[in-house]
Design a protein around this ligand. Structure first.
Ligand SMILES: [Cu+2]
Length: 280
């Protein structure tokens, strides 16, 4: 199999997951004009919109600690453009990102993205400079860029749960209690990483999930898991925050991203899988 085929298949599986999450979260609203609001704390909220005229985001935002509300486009991810990279260059690179993401990844740092949050947003610490909100869809990439300027002066939330993403594992508590929890997600690896928190279907195993990813198809109906929460890819060194309220139960945590320095197999196949128990 050509490596590009493998990338496509893995990304197709990721896309299925993202679409499922988007459908589950699409009742959360959106469509309003893109704004920067005050969340009631000192953290400004940057609202992403998605309408007939595409993806929208305020042209100028604070830098520093900000909240980004992608609930109108829950499969969007946030990126910082490398110095000198233009929107046109990024758009061109993203056009082929689903076949091979390496060209796009060379132009930016991925800051994450989140679905199924309790408050509709994720929190990131933006450096001054050009950023983008991106959706990779079947119809191609949608990109909205914005410039982070003056520092917000806000402080990052105090996390309840800290997860380090490494090559290839999750440093994550084995057990947390139910109720809203602020998660801090740190990529401490050398590769890009994401975090999908899923509930395996009755009788399904991690091997079933890996087999689905390897086949790139849903051969026997739906995937052998339900999505509970998703954190979109972070580049090495990047940190984000999100509040999730996971019901009590047993969860499996996986990274589906392809190993770009190896055989393009998903990180989960390299052992980037963890179990999480949420107690009452
Ligand atoms: Cu990973």
């Amino acid at each position: 199999m050509k490596s590009n085929d493998k990338v496509w298949r893995v990304l197709s599986a990721v896309a299925l997951l993202l679409i499922a999450l988007a459908l589950s979260a699409c009742s959360m609203g959106g469509g309003a004009e893109a704004t920067v609001d005050d969340a009631g704390s000192d953290i400004p909220v940057i609202t992403v919109t998605l309408g007939d005229d595409g993806l929208g985001v305020p042209a100028e935002t604070p830098s520093g600690v900000v909240a980004i509300d992608p609930s109108a486009a829950p499969d969007a991810f946030i990126a910082r453009l490398n110095d000198g990279v233009t929107t046109e260059q990024l758009t061109e690179a993203l056009a082929s990102a689903q076949e091979d993401p390496t060209a796009a990844l060379a132009l930016l740092s991925l800051l994450g993205g989140a679905s199924n949050t309790t408050d509709g947003h994720l929190i990131v610490d933006l450096k001054p400079g050009t950023h983008a909100v991106v959706i990779l869809g079947e119809a191609g990439a949608q990109v909205a860029t914005f410039t982070a300027g003056e520092a917000s002066g806000a402080t990052a939330p105090t996390p309840d749960v800290v997860v380090d993403l490494v090559d290839f594992n999750f440093a994550i508590p084995t057990e947390i209690s139910a109720g809203p929890k602020v998660w801090q997600i740190n990529n401490k690896g050398q590769q890009w990483h994401e975090m999908a928190i899923v509930k395996l279907s009755e009788g399904a195993t991690v091997d079933d999930v890996l087999a689905m990813l390897a086949s790139g198809e849903e051969t026997d109906g739906p995937p052998p898991f339900e999505d509970a929460a998703f954190w979109a890819p972070n580049s090495p060194g990047e940190t984000g925050y999100v509040t999730w309220d996971l019901p009590a139960g047993e969860y499996t945590v996986l990274c589906f991203l392809p190993d770009l320095t190896g055989d393009f197999s998903p990180h989960a196949a390299h052992g980037m899988v963890a179990q999480l128990t949420v107690t009452e």
